[in-house]
Ligand binder design. Structure first.
Ligand code: SF4
Ligand code: SF4
Ligand code: SF4
Length: 212
């Protein structure tokens, strides 16, 4: 069996980017499996289904992990904000890896249920403890799981792109402001130098006049 790539492995992961696997997201875990042979039993949102799919792809055995995974796998879930208690601090928005929360500073926030992967990353930062986990009773079909994962992956990479773009723009704004400050300082210096020379000339002229 040829060694699967990180991309092949990532394609089987649920893309909640929750970090339960102890990596910073699905792709870093996929890389650890592909490049370092890390074990395939770390993805709790993926549960038994993902474990079996990873076993089939990588050749690692699923059996030793099956019972434990069946016990600890995470149910399908989303979260909801108790909006009356929300103070609009935006901490949840900053924590959400797929931009599934709508709201603005000092205004009530709300979770877009259709975009929420249930990763729980917004819960801990909320100072009001007003985000609840809602279990989804419907067990998704394989096709629904795949569609949800593909959508979450797209939203996650767009989120990353947006953060990087904002950082780039902030840096650019900072550099432009710095440059403008330097130019103003240089102009002030040139103006002061000119004024100093002119004053010196006038003093010299006045001195000359007084000697005539
Ligand atoms: S969904 Fe699975 S692979 Fe992705 S970050 Fe969470 S635990 Fe890791
Ligand atoms: S709203 Fe919360 S639980 Fe849902 S995807 Fe965003 S961070 Fe994860
Ligand atoms: S972190 Fe909590 S209080 Fe702050 S905006 Fe989000 S839901 Fe509201």
């Amino acid at each position: 069996m040829s060694k699967p790539s990180a991309k092949d492995i990532d394609a089987l992961l649920p893309q909640t980017q929750c970090g339960d696997c102890t990596y910073s997201g699905c792709m870093p875990y996929a890389k650890a499996i592909a490049e370092e042979g890390d074990s395939i039993d770390r993805c709790l949102p993926g549960g038994v289904k993902t474990l079996k799919a990873l076993a089939a792809l990588t050749g690692q055995a699923a059996e030793p992990y099956l019972d434990e995974m069946a016990n600890k796998q995470k149910p399908h879930q989303v979260v909801a904000i108790r909006e009356a208690e929300c103070i609009g601090c935006t901490k949840c928005i900053q924590a959400c890896p797929v931009d599934a929360i709508a709201g603005a500073a000092k205004l009530m926030h709300t979770v877009i249920e259709d975009e929420c992967t249930g990763c729980e990353l917004c819960i801990e930062p909320c100072p009001m403890d007003c985000i609840d986990i809602i279990a989804i009773n419907h067990e998704p079909t394989d096709e629904e799981r795949q569609t949800a994962a593909d959508k979450a992956r797209t939203r996650y990479y767009y989120h990353q792109y947006r953060l990087e773009r904002n950082e780039r723009e902030d840096k650019q704004r900072h550099q432009t402001a710095k440059l403008a400050k330097t130019e103003i300082k240089a102009a002030d210096t040139a103006h002061a130098r000119k004024a100093y020379i002119e004053a010196a000339r006038q003093r010299a002229r006045a001195k000359k006049d007084s000697h005539e």
